[in-house]
Design a protein around this ligand. Structure first.
Ligand SMILES: C[S@@+](CC[C@H](N)C(=O)[O-])C[C@H]1O[C@@H](n2cnc3c(N)ncnc32)[C@H](O)[C@@H]1O
Length: 269
């Protein structure tokens, strides 16, 4: 991958043209990339790119590298969106590189997106990704803690759908992660507090206030968090039912909660 990148060749060309010599400049570039890789830096940071939902996203150390499991969340929303009236308004909480907001904007060409992250530097990467796919006019980026940037800003704060892939690793487990993750990816994108559920706790308390009457929230969850997350949401009595979906490996991966009818409407309709 590193060599293909430097030469600008497709991977198969490496085999077909295997007897060509590198220029001094190419050799230097290749060696410096190899050194970074040998120290454990993920290849996606070195190449500054990651594929997601068939799209190519810019990533660097300011953002988490999007994972393939997260595509399940996008696929769920795309299929739910087919049954709804367009245009949809969608909120992405903890947008990072912007993969959720930007891929939803690309595949739902009439949807209006709002994407929030607490880290300005992540939002810079997300905005670049939105620009690359010509969706900047439909994705508003806001910086701040969870829902707080929506209050009093005058932006549309009433959504059909909320999506989020919040940090959900229990603090104690972070030290046990692979060095590639632990030493290179932003800890604030991983750390979900003592039991990993801090963000779900806060989101459960607040999300319904920002959902339209028939709105829903779809969240990525850790492989063993289905029951706990379901409990946190349903005990607020603001959501009428919960669904836990598993990934291809049979592990909990996605939680969906629909707003219960009759609870206070969101503030701007
Ligand atoms: C697990 S990453 C997900 C990134 C991206 N959505 C994805 O799926 O690849 C979680 C993101 O939440 C952001 N974040 C952490 N705490 C936050 C908070 N209190 N409010 C808003 N965003 C937060 C992090 O900066 C990080 O970008």
């Amino acid at each position: 991958m590193l060599l293909s990148h430097i030469l600008g060749w497709e991977r198969h060309q490496l085999y077909l043209r295997g007897d060509e010599l590198l220029s001094a400049g190419q050799l230097n570039a290749f060696e410096s990339m190899l050194q970074r890789r040998l120290k454990g830096e993920p290849v996606q940071y070195i190449l500054e790119t990651k594929e997601f939902m068939g799209l190519s996203f810019k990533v660097d150390r300011r953002v988490l590298i999007p994972r393939w499991e997260t595509e399940l969340l996008v696929e769920y929303v795309l299929s739910a969106a087919e049954k709804r009236e367009e245009p949809l308004s969608i909120l992405d909480l903890g947008t990072g590189s912007g993969v959720l907001a930007v891929s939803l904007a690309v595949y739902l060409p009439k949807a209006e997106l709002t994407a929030i992250d607490i880290r300005e530097e992540a939002l810079q990467v997300a905005a670049e990704n939105a620009k690359n796919y010509n969706v900047s006019d439909r994705v508003a980026f806001l910086s701040g803690d969870l829902f707080t940037p929506l209050d009093g800003t005058g932006v549309h704060a009433c959504f059909d759908i909320i999506v989020s892939n919040p940090p959900y690793i229990p603090t104690e487990e972070i030290q046990g992660l692979m060095p590639e993750v632990r030493e290179y990816e932003p800890v604030s994108a991983l750390d979900g507090g003592r039991d990993g559920l801090d963000f779900y706790r806060r989101i459960a308390q607040q999300a319904w206030k920002y959902l339209k009457e028939d709105g829903f929230i779809a969240l990525e969850i850790g492989y063993n968090q289905g029951m706990s997350v379901q409990k946190l949401f349903l005990e607020t009595e603001a959501y009428k039912r919960g669904e836990i979906h598993k990934d291809l490996a049979g592990r909990d991966r996605l939680a969906v909660f629909h707003k219960r009818q009759g609870v206070e409407r969101c503030w701007k309709n």
